[in-house]
Design a protein around this ligand. Structure first.
Ligand code: FAD
Length: 331
């Protein structure tokens, strides 16, 4: 295995690329977005920067914990010590985490930029189809660009987006079709004045809103009155095609209701819909590799629904691919 193409430059694709490149394999990553990061992307708006996807991460596994330690030592990430609570019918309860919460610095996408250092990442390229000819993979983008000559191909995208890349392998395709994802709407909102809240972030119960966070409470952020408001999965499922203005009204109203009062005036706001926000199972063993076709799959959904799962899925796939290369060399 000398050349590998990875579709998707989120945490999983980037970490896999780093591991394979470290083992002497030439890796090209393709991502449809304007930059690497996927669901840990940061949105820059006229009135501020917002982590509108993943909010923070935790490390329970020693391998990922070592990576987090390294990021923290180099200033790529830091511990978030904001006051996080649960809001339920007017009651406020602290929401301790069994393990420390961390964030990227100065934004969540910092970890993606770090993993992408030295990698061949082609952004703004949406892969539409793949084909295998004479034991080599070729990829075709939606604008007709073709990329040829890879001996390995990896899908590192959310399961519902992976189907076109997995047609050669019945088993891999089946796993991707069975995996469920929940949507989430993110409201990014900059207020004219500070919100009178006695917390930095909250899990909200019995509401259209599931989570709110004060951007400036995270380390390394500029001072701002910016908040990210996430809908619950249930609300987004029932309202998946609602217009952005309506989503804004509902989520802002629910945020105000959860606070039990009025919110300040707004300087600016935007809504983003994550159609495939959180993996909802079933998990299928961290990563999949079909040596016959040189075809692999990684991503959070194979192991769980968090950043740590995406990273560890990539670790697992790298182990499988490198072991398979070793076997091929011996035979
Ligand atoms: C709203 C929200 C809140 C979250 N909160 C948390 C949290 O607090 N803590 C936590 O640990 N996790 C959280 N997560 C989950 C976390 O973001 C993910 O588990 C993790 O980022 C997944 O990484 P990944 O590499 O597997 O996939 P992704 O980050 O989705 O990367 C896949 C990449 O593939 C690209 N792509 C897709 N299709 C194509 C194509 N056809 N061609 C080219 N590129 C393509 C996409 O652009 C994307 O960059 C949250 C996610 C969301 C959306």
């Amino acid at each position: 295995m000398e050349r590998v193409a990875i579709i998707g430059a989120g945490i999983a694709g980037l970490q896999l690329g780093r591991r394979l490149q470290g083992a002497g394999i030439a890796v090209s990553l393709f991502d449809k977005a304007r930059g690497p990061a996927g669901r840990i992307a940061t949105r820059r708006l006229d009135y501020g920067r917002f982590d509108h996807g993943a909010q923070y991460f935790t490390a329970r596994d020693p391998v990922f914990a070592a990576q987090v330690e390294d990021w923290c030592a180099r200033g790529v990430a830091a511990r978030w010590t904001g006051r996080i609570v649960t809001l339920s019918g007017g009651a406020i309860e602290p929401e301790p985490s069994p393990v420390p919460r961390h964030v990227g610095v100065p934004s969540m996408s910092a970890m993606a930029r770090d993993l992408a250092t030295g990698a061949d990442v082609r952004v703004g390229v949406r892969i539409a189809s793949v084909r295998r000819t004479n034991a080599r993979w070729g990829l075709v983008a939606d604008d007709g660009q073709a990329f040829e000559g890879f001996d390995g191909l990896v899908s590192a995208v959310p399961a519902p987006q992976a189907a076109p890349f997995l047609a050669s392998s019945t088993e891999l395709g089946l796993h991707a079709r069975c995996a469920q994802f929940d949507p989430c709407h993110a409201l990014m909102i900059e207020f004219e004045e500070p919100v009178g809240a006695d917390f930095d972030a909250a899990f909200v119960k019995d509401s259209a809103v599931g989570w709110v966070a004060r951007e400036a409470s995270k380390p390394g952020r500029a001072a701002s009155n910016g908040w990210v408001v996430h809908s619950t999965a249930a609300w987004s499922r029932a309202n998946v095609d609602r217009k952005a203005e309506e989503v804004h009204e509902v989520l802002r109203g629910a945020f105000a209701a959860a606070l039990g009062g009025r919110l300040p005036g707004i300087r600016g706001a935007a809504v983003h819909r994550w159609l495939y926000a959180r993996a909802a199972g079933p998990v299928v063993g961290a990563a999949l590799w079909d040596g016959k076709f040189g075809l692999g799959v990684c991503g959070d959904w194979l192991r769980g629904d968090r950043i740590e799962d995406a990273f560890l899925s990539a670790e697992r796939l790298a182990d499988l691919m490198l072991a398979s290369r070793e076997r091929d060399e011996l035979s």
